[in-house]
Design a protein around this ligand. Structure first.
Ligand SMILES: Nc1ncnc2c1ncn2[C@@H]1O[C@H](COP(=O)(O)OP(=O)(O)OP(=O)(O)O)[C@@H](O)[C@H]1O
Length: 282
């Protein structure tokens, strides 16, 4: 998918394997995307003073359909994490809007943003972000307790069982391997049944076997519960677990790929790197 408004888009379409990509106009996007659980429109994010401005997002418009798994890829510094953080309410965009479950997320102060994140969104981070003093089960129930919601202990135990940790519920993070900690983090992210789960490099700190297990769990969350998964990754093998890949460069969407294979993703990443080198520093 290439948004026609994106600069370099024509070049990208020419350079890429166009048979794997759709061309989407902004009216198509509007028509199809209004009901999607997550939609971002004209998202911009700049850092620093005008004299030294960094543009991390330069107007990103896209939509994530229910029950789909999308990987966000792009060269270092292309804006992947910034997109994830702005789309999830962890950070405030400079411009543009975020729509979750058809409603615009209005940046109404930290309390509102926190409430929004706790009820509608799950997060999985590269470094797991588990609380070291709590057991696996307590880590999973924590977001519900923080949100003042009744804890469904049985459901949390079931989730830990589903991620293969039935015998580990009373262990603290230091007593678990990296892969096991990430599986606790996935159970925690899924416990409140959020409509959208954001994952930022969820396999970045894992070996190949643990990474495949974690990715299979994310895939299963999409297929079983219809959750919408948005994952930032550098790894083409991880991206191949997704239904589609959105490619970013210089804070813009420059293409998407449906039904990605690791080989096709690697090839597109190489093309992007090459295009960037040919363009020189911005
Ligand atoms: N807090 C900040 N202050 C200033 N510039 C920032 C800040 N956060 C990010 N940036 C800049 O914004 C741009 C996009 O950063 P971002 O972390 O979103 O990229 P990325 O694609 O996730 O990179 P990587 O793959 O290396 O993690 C980069 O040029 C980065 O240096």
């Amino acid at each position: 998918m290439v948004l026609r408004s994106a600069p370099h888009a024509e070049a990208w379409v020419n350079a890429a394997q166009t048979d794997r990509m759709d061309i989407l106009t902004s009216s198509d996007l509007t028509r199809h995307a209004m009901q999607d659980p997550l939609r971002v429109v004209g998202l911009t994010k700049t850092y620093g003073p005008p004299s030294n401005r960094v543009t991390a997002l330069a107007g990103v418009t896209t939509s994530f359909a229910a029950g789909t798994f999308t990987a966000i890829m792009g060269p270092s510094g292309s804006g992947k994490t910034t997109l994830l953080q702005c789309a999830s309410g962890l950070d405030r965009p400079t411009g543009g809007t975020v729509h979750v479950d058809g409603r615009e997320f209005v940046q109404g102060g930290e309390a509102a943003a926190t409430r929004f994140r706790r009820t509608r969104i799950g997060f999985v981070f590269q470094q797991y972000n588990l609380l070291p003093t709590l057991t696996a089960l307590q880590n999973v129930t924590l977001p519900m307790r923080l949100a003042g919601r009744k804890v469904n202990r049985r459901q949390c135990m079931d989730l830990l069982e589903q991620v293969g940790l039935a015998g580990f519920v009373d262990r603290r993070p230091t007593e678990l391997s990296g892969g096991q900690q990430q599986r606790v983090a996935i159970a925690r992210a899924l416990a409140s049944r959020p409509s959208i789960v954001f994952a930022d490099e969820p396999t970045g700190a894992l070996d190949g076997t643990s990474a495949a297990e974690v990715l299979s769990l994310l895939r299963r969350a999409v297929d079983t519960y219809g959750q919408t998964m948005v994952m930032v990754t550098h790894d083409p093998i991880a991206a191949a677990f997704a239904d589609s890949v959105v490619f970013l460069a210089d804070g813009r969407i420059v293409g998407t790929m449906k039904n990605p294979s690791a080989a096709a993703v690697s090839e597109q990443m190489l093309r992007l790197d090459l295009a960037r080198r040919n363009d020189g520093p911005r």
